[in-house]
Write a protein that binds this ligand. Structure first.
Ligand code: FES
Length: 376
């Protein structure tokens, strides 16, 4: 075992800064990891029934795309007790219940067993995440889940020993520093930490995104050697999940294929109805989920604009920023990076990457937001 790291005593300035950030960053997201397994009886149904069941389930799940950020993953071939994961992120837990009920009401729903279910929230860490040379925005990013297109997701629930919580904050911070330093050695692995104290059986649900499973394996093995590892009570079951489109993930369950056959490079236009035009007046903003991204809609003097709602600096919520009608721009509320609402260009402050823009149309008094996706 490595020697314990000496605890650090945060300076008064650091403590004041942490408190200020704690007040500013209060909005949390709810997160659900719903793992399903198909009853083997379903695989004995006639092929046409299986196809109809999958199509119905696909339509029901996709109808929730507007209300939550929903990512499907397949576990066929990686795990015995679960075959499909629906990773759900929303501003409230209510859409999770509605989606679960809607799935249960489908014909395929009666053949779907809930293998595992985890409920959690994003939350600002009580530890100072920053290490020498690292950006202090990392901590703030943790308040917002913004899944990448990484091919693999590794998910597990986590409980620490009660002895851990009896240690002083400074002692824990010292050990966390060592843990964080190991994590930074594996930049290809992106961590999403969520908290489930009091709302589910565990303390944390962690989800690691990467294209390189070997890097994740090496990271986990190296973390076993850190001091903080001595205080782990439970970190299983561990799920290896493969990112794919929902129609492909349903086809992986069995039965005739319903997934669209798409050549690499093929493009599709996706449009989503948002709301009646009179529900988004001049000066108002709204968010909507489209193709796994949170899109911010802005009405600037009657003209509508749509951009990715996550600031490219540290995922700040742009619809909560200050809009300038004259400059047609928005200033991120977290560190004041400024974006052009027409082009998404980063035009001032700490930001240097543009945000994606989306198409907006009004049809018969209803606002639609759209995007073109290219299949790989
Ligand atoms: S999150 Fe830092 S400027 Fe937006």
């Amino acid at each position: 075992m490595r020697p314990r790291v000496q605890p650090k005593d945060p300076s008064p300035e650091t403590q004041a800064k942490m408190q200020e950030r704690a007040q500013r960053l209060t909005k949390r997201q709810y997160v659900r990891f719903a793992f399903y397994k198909v009853d083997p009886m379903w695989r004995r149904l006639p092929a046409e029934e299986q196809a109809a069941h999958k199509q119905e389930l696909l339509d029901v799940i996709e109808s929730f795309n507007r209300r939550m950020l929903l990512r499907p993953y397949s576990l066929i071939g990686t795990r015995a007790d679960a075959e499909l994961l629906l990773w759900q992120i929303a501003e409230s837990p209510l859409p999770f219940r509605e989606l679960a009920s809607a799935i249960a009401c489908t014909r395929m729903g009666s053949y779907l067993n809930m293998a595992h279910s985890y409920l959690s929230q994003t939350k600002r860490s009580i530890y100072e995440i920053r290490t020498a040379g690292a950006a202090d925005e990392d901590e703030e990013e943790r308040l917002v889940i913004d899944p990448t297109e990484a091919k693999y997701l590794f998910v597990y629930p986590f409980i620490k020993t009660r002895e851990w919580y009896q240690l002083s904050q400074y002692a824990r911070q010292g050990m966390m520093d060592e843990h964080i330093d190991v994590g930074r050695k594996y930049p290809s692995v992106r961590l999403n930490t969520t908290y489930s104290f009091g709302i589910d059986d565990y303390e944390f649900i962690v989800a690691f995104e990467t294209d390189e499973p070997s890097d994740f394996l090496d990271l986990v093995q190296e973390l076993r050697e850190t001091s903080v590892s001595m205080y782990t009570l439970q970190d299983t079951p561990l799920f290896t999940c493969i990112n794919m489109r929902l129609d492909e993930a349903l086809d992986a369950l069995g039965g005739p294929a319903i997934a669209k056959v798409l050549e690499p490079g093929a493009q599709d236009e996706i449009w989503m109805e948002v709301c009646p035009l009179d529900e988004l007046g001049p000066g108002e903003t709204k968010t909507v989920f489209l193709e796994g991204k949170m899109v911010g809609l802005f009405n600037v003097n009657g003209e509508l604009f749509a951009i990715n709602n996550r600031c490219t600096h540290a995922r700040g919520p742009l619809t909560e920023g200050e809009v300038s009608a004259e400059a047609c721009s928005v200033v991120c509320p977290w560190h004041y990076g400024k974006f052009d609402l027409r082009t998404g260009a980063a035009i001032d402050g700490v930001v240097n990457k543009p945000v994606d823009t989306y198409q907006v149309e009004v049809r018969d008094g209803l606002i639609y937001v759209g995007t073109t996706i290219t299949y790989s």
